[in-house]
Design a protein around this ligand. Structure first.
Ligand code: ZN
Ligand code: ZN
Length: 104
């Protein structure tokens, strides 16, 4: 049960541009959330220049919205990233144990 709720949460906190867990999450005026760097890059490469739109819903913005870090979300994704690292570590240590145990 707990695991299922984590995976749902995790996919919600992934950036649709880099597909990684959000870093410095910012919400743009349409309500979609991206990493600060990803959405800035996306808009810097917008064609034609100055035509800024949401990569997901295509809503366009003019002038360029001021991006503010979503601090509440930032805390959540920081914890999420930490738990993901802990998860990797547990898998890693399990691999070691699984190798060691048959030897013993
Ligand atoms: Zn991103
Ligand atoms: Zn959008």
């Amino acid at each position: 049960m707990a695991q299922a709720s984590i995976s749902v949460t995790e996919s919600q906190f992934r950036c649709p541009i880099c597909l990684d867990i959000l870093r410095d999450p910012v919400s743009i005026p349409c309500g979609h959330t991206y990493c600060m760097a990803c959405v800035n890059n996306y808009w810097d490469q917008a064609e034609p220049p100055g035509r800024l739109s949401c990569p997901q819903c295509r809503e366009s913005f003019s002038p360029r919205p001021v991006l503010r870090r979503n601090t509440v979300l930032a805390e959540v994704v920081d914890k999420l990233r930490l738990s993901e690292m802990v998860g990797d570590f547990m898998i890693f240590s399990c691999n070691i144990l699984c190798i060691i145990i048959p030897v013993i």
